[in-house]
Design a protein. Structure first.
Length: 538
């Protein structure tokens, strides 16, 4: 999943553990929009506007945050990451481990009262893998039988291994056993879509979804408002009638809104606010582990970078990640590989030079730069593209200064609003380096590595290595979990050896939560569904 947070992974926390610090300078805890019983509104900060509320076409974390409120898949995830029934009340798997049968709830309803049918999932998944649609989440379904051939245009979408035996029984066939399938099915890429997908049904005022909430309004650039879905099967356990997502990309601005009482829950915290938070003791700071990596993508079609492995490696080695993460705060962990810790059944790979003393690392970077054919007295010019955010810009400035000091490289920094950035990054004539991030759609190494398959919609750098793709195909076809693990680890090592990307740091989730908001327990995918939250009397 595309990611634009300016935070990083906090490896000192154990799985499922969050750090709560009570803080006190956040203003009076009254909710200005809460006017009495039954009218409570939860105000949530969101650092970027969703690119889409269509589950089949939403590639980013901002969209997913809202989609998990509007829709529900076959399964859902608990705060600890365990799989719970969603639209499917139960499921079985055959002895081969490759065929699942899902029994859909008879009381599962769309927001217009019509039943959620097995055919709604079939239609949605076929839409995702249809190459004519160009869905950015198609790779999530590669484990479904026939998906790979459909994505590459060799088979029609109707050949996908998903069938409706009847309205309430869905059969899913896999290319190979995949123990993580139930977890994947809680992700928005597998959500159903209403079968009558007319323009009327997709407009905000007539939006039809099947989750705990229904879209009320979308004010571009400002906010999204959602309200409780009276037809949702588990409506009795949805405790907050209305939710308002306010788009506030600047961390300091979110913090100010929180302090003034205009936000109940943020999705970020400015690092420079920590001294104040520790001093005033009334807010709540929640920091939790997160499966995500911030990295620089190197444009492999750019003349200065393409075919110049020494340059790419030199750029990676010149970054002092310890200095950078210390500046960002929250004890982020420097990244010397793409996949973060805590990936299920996987050992994250790392560059061998990661433990070199700083002086030796810089000396080797300078040697590689000299061997790249570039001279320090005739520096190259690099354009770095990133989405607008003060901390992301600060990170870019620091890295640019490291490259300037080590190599004399001149760097042009270009920042854009997130949705504009997602369009611009697809135009390789506009940048040599792009600040990117990826977070797990499900807890498996393939969720990260499939990003760099040749032809993947998220492979912005243009990485193409037949050996890498072959390793992913081999891993996908083996039922042996240990062989699959070692094959995926070999694929990550190959990606790192090719220096198509420069991992920078691993992510953590960090947010502020008003004391009267209960139930915030982010998991490794940073999921905090509004359904799980409660507003206490205050």
């Amino acid at each position: 999943m595309h990611y634009a947070k300016a935070s990083s992974r906090f490896t000192a926390f154990a799985l499922g553990i969050s750090l709560f610090i009570s803080l006190a300078s956040c203003g009076h805890p009254s909710n200005k929009l809460n006017n009495g019983a039954g009218t409570e509104t939860l105000r949530r900060g969101l650092r970027g506007e969703p690119t889409s509320l269509d589950p089949t076409g939403a590639p980013d974390g901002f969209s997913f945050q809202v989609l998990q409120d509007l829709y529900e898949g076959l399964t859902t995830a608990s705060a600890t990451g365990s799989v719970l029934p969603g639209v499917a009340s139960s499921w079985t798997v055959d002895s081969s481990g490759t065929q699942y049968t899902f029994d859909l709830r008879k009381d599962a309803r769309w927001s217009n009262g019509t039943p959620v049918r097995a055919q709604d999932f079939v239609r949605a998944w076929q839409h995702v893998v249809d190459p004519k649609q160009g869905s950015p989440v198609a790779d999530d379904l590669r484990l479904i039988a026939g998906a790979g051939a459909i994505i590459t245009g060799q088979l029609p979408p109707s050949a996908l291994g998903i069938y409706a035996r009847d309205d309430t029984h869905l059969i899913v066939k896999l290319e190979h056993p995949a123990a993580y399938l139930p977890q994947l099915l809680s992700h928005s890429s597998t959500f159903p879509i209403y079968s009558d997908a007319s323009a009327k049904a997709r407009n905000p005022e007539n939006w039809i979804s099947n989750g705990p909430y229904i879209l009320d309004s979308w004010q571009p650039g400002t906010k999204i408002e959602i309200r409780k879905n009276s037809f949702y099967w588990d409506n009795a356990n949805v405790h907050i009638p209305r939710v308002e997502y306010q788009f506030v990309s600047d961390e300091t601005s979110q913090f100010a809104r929180y302090r003034s009482g205009d936000l109940d829950l943020t999705d970020t915290v400015p690092a420079n606010a920590i001294p104040m938070l520790g001093k005033d003791h009334r807010m709540e700071l929640v920091i939790a582990p997160y499966l995500g990596t911030v990295y620089y993508g190197l444009n492999l079609s750019a003349s200065a970078i393409a075919g110049n492995l020494n340059l790419r490696k030199a750029l990676a080695m010149a970054i002092d990640r310890a200095q950078l993460t210390q500046m960002l705060g929250f004890d982020q962990a420097p990244a010397f590989g793409f996949l973060p810790p805590d990936i299920w059944n996987y050992t994250s790979q790392r560059w061998q030079w990661k433990d070199l003393p700083d002086a030796d690392r810089i000396a080797e970077a300078k040697r590689l730069y000299a061997q790249s054919g570039l001279a320090t007295n005739s520096p190259i010019h690099l354009r770095v593209l990133f989405n607008s955010n003060p901390v992301i810009r600060k990170t870019a400035v620091v890295i640019a200064s490291m490259w300037k000091e080590t190599f004399g490289i001149e760097t042009e920094l270009d920042d854009e609003e997130f949705r504009v950035f997602l369009r611009t990054v697809q135009d390789k004539s506009r940048w040599e380096i792009a600040r990117l991030g990826w977070t797990a759609d499900f807890n498996d190494a393939s969720s990260f590595l499939n990003v760099f398959r040749n032809g993947s919609a998220s492979n912005y750098v243009g990485y193409s290595n037949a050996a890498f793709d072959s390793l992913l195909d081999e891993a996908a076809s083996t039922p042996d979990p240990q062989r699959r693990r070692s094959t995926l680890e070999a694929a990550e090592r190959l990606l790192l050896d090719d220096y198509a990307i420069i991992p920078i740091y691993y992510l953590v989730s960090k947010r502020l939560v008003k004391p009267y908001i209960q139930g915030v327990k982010p998991d490794l995918m940073d999921q905090v569904p509004s359904k799980a939250l409660t507003i206490l009397a205050h």
